[in-house]
Design a protein around this ligand. Structure first.
Ligand SMILES: CC(C)=CCC/C(C)=C/COP(=O)(O)O
Length: 258
């Protein structure tokens, strides 16, 4: 089975000008005599436990405090950085440009573009790379939808929900789907497309700008974007591990051979 690395090594030598493809407690204070959960009802002899929501956490753990502080800083900083969240925001005039950047990292153009490229490809190397990119983009969509559905973190309150084509879980913000895709696609392109250094730098800049724009547009908190970048980065390793080749998935490749 040809590994992505060996495909790369085989193809870097050709000097053609065409694009070359290189084939993730409640802790109650014990013994506190006046603890609310131990207070007796008047006229009753037994202590009646209060409902959970009425119990104050008197002894939260260090980790709990650290996490709550991190989340509070995250919410505060993300709100301050949401300078393009509305037309009336500090950088409201840059909002249309931010929305163009948003579309550049959206799933629909990436899926359609990859599918189109796959249909047009005339070399087996290009087909192999594009088929794996399509697989990576679909895996990313599914993974982000599952995590968003499990975590259910609402989008920041200052976000205007005016995004181009969303699915139901996109009302949630953790993790940022644009950030996962930007990190995934960035790693994928750097690994499988032969590009001059300035273009490689542009690809990395694009991924960073897409990610930062999520906070500036008010779509996400910073932790959504940071986690998204990590997830996309790790997901690329999964894609490379499960790399589809004419040997591992002959039926799939037979579909696309002309
Ligand atoms: C409908 C399709 C194919 C993709 C949805 C793409 C999308 C809207 C992702 C949400 O991104 P953020 O989580 O960064 O806001």
């Amino acid at each position: 089975m040809p590994s992505p690395r060996s495909s790369r090594e085989r193809r870097t030598g050709s000097g053609s000008s065409r694009l070359e493809f290189l084939s993730l407690v409640s802790q109650r204070s014990p013994g506190a005599p006046d603890s609310p959960s131990r207070r007796k009802e008047p006229g009753s002899s037994a202590a009646a436990p209060l409902p959970e929501e009425d119990c104050m956490k008197l002894n939260p753990s260090f980790l709990g405090i650290a996490l709550s502080s991190l989340l509070a800083i995250d919410l505060w900083a993300s709100k301050r950085l949401g300078v393009c969240a509305g037309e009336g925001s500090a950088w409201g005039s840059a909002r249309p440009l931010m929305k163009v950047i948003e579309i550049s990292g959206h799933g629909v153009p990436w899926l359609l573009g990859t599918f189109y490229g796959l249909c047009q490809s005339d070399s087996s190397a290009a087909r192999e790379v594009l088929l794996n990119l399509l697989f990576a983009l679909l895996l990313d969509l599914v993974l982000v939808a599952v995590v968003k559905g499990l975590v259910k973190r609402p989008r920041p309150t200052h976000n205007k929900m005016d995004m181009f084509v969303t699915i139901s879980v996109d009302k949630y913000s953790f993790p940022s789907g644009h950030a996962t895709r930007a990190a995934l696609v960035c790693r994928f392109i750097l690994r499988h497309l032969v590009l001059a250094v300035p273009l490689r730098v542009l690809v990395v800049l694009w991924a960073l700008i897409v990610s930062i724009s999520r906070v500036m547009l008010g779509r996400h908190n910073m932790t959504d974007v940071l986690f998204g970048l990590l997830l996309g980065y790790a997901l690329y390793s999964v894609v490379e591990h499960c790399w589809l080749s004419p040997l591992s998935a002959p039926a799939l490749f037979a579909l696309w051979s002309h």
